[in-house]
Each structure stands twice: as structure tokens, then as C-alpha cells.
Design a protein around this ligand. Sequence first.
Ligand code: BGP
Length: 467
Amino acid sequence: MKQFKQDFLWGASTSAYQVEGAYGEDDKGLSVQDVKAVLPGTPDFKVASDHYHHFKEDIALMAEMGFKTYRFSIAWTRIIPDGDGAINPKGIEFYSKLIDECLKYKIEPLITMYHFDLPFELEKKGGWSNRKTIDAFLKYAKVLFEEFGTRVKYWLTINEENMMILHGAAIGTVNGSAAEVQKILYQQNHHMLIAQALTMKLLHKMVVGAKIGPAPNISYVYPKTCKPEDILAMQNFTAIRNWLYLDMAVYGRYNTVAWNFMEKTGITPAIEAGDMEVLKDAKPDFIAFNYYATATVADGSAIFEDDESGDQQISIGMKGFYAGSKNEYLQKTQFGWEVDPEGFRITLREIYDRYHLPLIVTENGLGAYDEVNENGEIIDDYRIEYLQKHIMQAKLAVDDGVELLGYCPWSAIDLISTHQGFVKRYGFIYVNRTEDDLKDMKRLKKKSFYWYKKVIASNGEDLTNNK
Ligand code: BGP
């Protein structure tokens, strides 16, 4: 059996607004996440895991696990507080130190430029609906590449653009019901795609040898049955969820089925002269993607009514195109997300077959209610089991011929979930706080911490869990 590459990028991920805290410190501007209304009982993002003040300790723990990479995001609002105005030297200084801290341990920084936290000042001017936000992003990108380009080899443009379009309400990047904002959203999407293309080009021009790619959430979509109408629904959802984003990033063209969906529903974006050339002109070096589970859909043409609930992994449906459906073969997590390790292999094969670019997994993981026992331990065997199975399937995908550069589960350390609070923990490192009590923020090593260390040390060969 083929093995993971010798320089395989083992690591884990976080995002700035979910982990850093210090939301108003050192001249940081507000982002849409800082001002969003959170659900009753869930915390806001003001303190999060206080990584801003604990980053040295946190990176030392990641180094102890043997990380080869750390995927984190830069908060645009720390670098340019109002999104397109003056550069904040304190923001540059913070990320400069964070990058140096990683490099000290030979941990390769893998940086997401934008992870759901658009500057609020830009949002007030229309956010991604305003074409000027493309220029603002380019300006921000230029600062990042100038300041950090010589130290950072791997860049990710935009985290889960597809989820911001499909489930922006859950993530907090869209207000109002999805039905009202569909047209606006697909216009925003067009602008983000242009910003991404220009950014990829800019990096290639500014930093020879640096690599960049998109980071959508990609899931293989199963049809509920082999009924032809279910297959059509599967193709519809696959196009809208996955290929719209990757066909554009790689080939610079709108996916036919997705474009047809936009035409039929009257939500095609306005495309200005030159846009399609810009989109065609850019090429990613790899595809990064987040994977939690597959999706299953059935025919949505007849009885199905639109439902706007749902989130990154719970697909509800769109009337006339597909209806989200339960997969009776899969178990669910405590938070209702299906678990499908074989689907991971299937997704890896599908993406690679379609685009023939190296892949990096930038998220995968299990959100659960972790408990500290009377001995001060966190025995998260359920998380180990989840990751074990997924790494095994990644290995099988490598054996199938998929070129896989790295694996970064979500998340390196406990942090705040997009919409389900601090109780939905994902980390290898436990953070001692609750929803409403910040306690001492002490870092504790979960059982999965020791397990992952062993996995990395053996380059993925030893996945056993000693119970
Ligand atoms: C992805 C996001 C992350 C992260 C993760 C887990 O969609 O990129 O930011 O939060 O999902 O989701 P949640 O926090 O909703 O459990």
C-alpha cells in the first residue's frame, strides 16, 4: 500500500475570530462576526480561546504534537481595521510574531486570508455586493504578501465561500431569509470569485514559489435512490454546492448546471466586460477543502417546500432542484452531523479525478461535548475513532492515486463554533472555559493530543488507540 509522502503536512486548523479573542485590542477594527447577534445561551467572539495572548503556549503544544503545519487565518480587521484604509502596524506585528513562532518549531504556516470575518466598515458599504470590496481585498492581499511573503509558502484565499452563499445565515455572514437574498448572494459570489482570481495571480507575481488555492467545503453528494429523478437532484446539488466553486477556481468558468440553476431562478450575477478573462487567467497550485460528511438528496421537484434552516453539513434543499435527505446508513454526531469516513475517500477521489491538482484537507473533525474527569483528563475516544477512520480512508485514497499534500483537522485547540457555542468542542487541546464563565483558560491535553502525536510521528502508519 502507498504511504503518505515523507514531507506530508500534518497539522490542524483554527480561524482568527473563533480562536483569538482580543476583539478590540491593538487597534483591531470590528468584523461582521464581532457585531453579529449570537443565539441565546451561546457566547460572542470577544474572548474566544484567547489565542491572541496564549499563542506561544499554544504553538508550543502544537510543536509537541509534532505539527508540520498550522492552518490559521489572518483577521483582515487587524491588518486594515476599516477594510480599505490605513494599515495597522500592530496587526502586522502580531501575525509576524505568530509566523515566527511557527517557524521556530519548523511548523509551516498555512494561512487563510479570509475566514468569514469581513471588516464591518466594508459591510456597511455593501460588503461583497460592492465591487469596490474586490479592490479592498487586493490591497489587503498585497500587504500580506509584502509583509509575510518570504516566510509563508502556503496561502488559502477564502474559507468556504460556498457555505457563505448556501448557509450564510447560520455562519453569520448574511442577514435575512435566504429566499430574499439569493440574487444578492450570487452577485457577491461573483465578486468573491474575481477577488480570489486576482489574488492568486498577485501572489504568483509577487512571490516566486509561493503556493495558493481555494478552500471550499466539499462533500460528495449521494442520490437517495437510483431513481433517475434522484440522480438529477444529486447532480443539481453537486453543481450548486461543489463544482460552481471549483470549476471557477481551476478553469475560470461557470459550471453549466449551476449557471442554469441561476438562470432558471432569475439570480444570475451581472458580469462586467473583462470579468471572465480575469477568472480564466488565474490558476491555483492546489485545492484545499474542508470535509465533515457527505450529503444525500432526493428529487425536489414535486412536493418539497423550501426550508431555510440547515448549516454547513445539514442540507435542506431547494424546491425544483433537490431535497435534502437522511442517509440511513450513517450515524450522526451529538450535533446532528452525519459521519462518513468512506465518503471522505470518495470525495478525495472525485475532486482529484476532476481537477488533477494536489489536495490539502484543511478541515475534518468531530464536534462533541467533552468532559474533564475527576483525574483532570479528557478521554475523547469518540474523536480519536472519528479521526482514525478518516485518516485510514485518506490513506486508501492515496493508494488510489490521489495526490494528498496534507491533513489539518478542525481544530488544533478548542474554539467557538460558528453558531453552536463553546460546548461544541473540536480541539486536541482543551480550553478551560464555558459558555459564560471564562475561568482560567488553562490548556489541557486531551487523550486525542497524545494519539495524534503518535500518528504524526509514524507518518500515519500507527493509528491505534490504546484504551
Ligand atoms: C466549517 C468552518 C469552520 C468551523 C467548522 C465547524 O464550516 O470553516 O469555521 O467552525 O465548520 O463548524 P461548526 O463550528 O459550525 O461546528
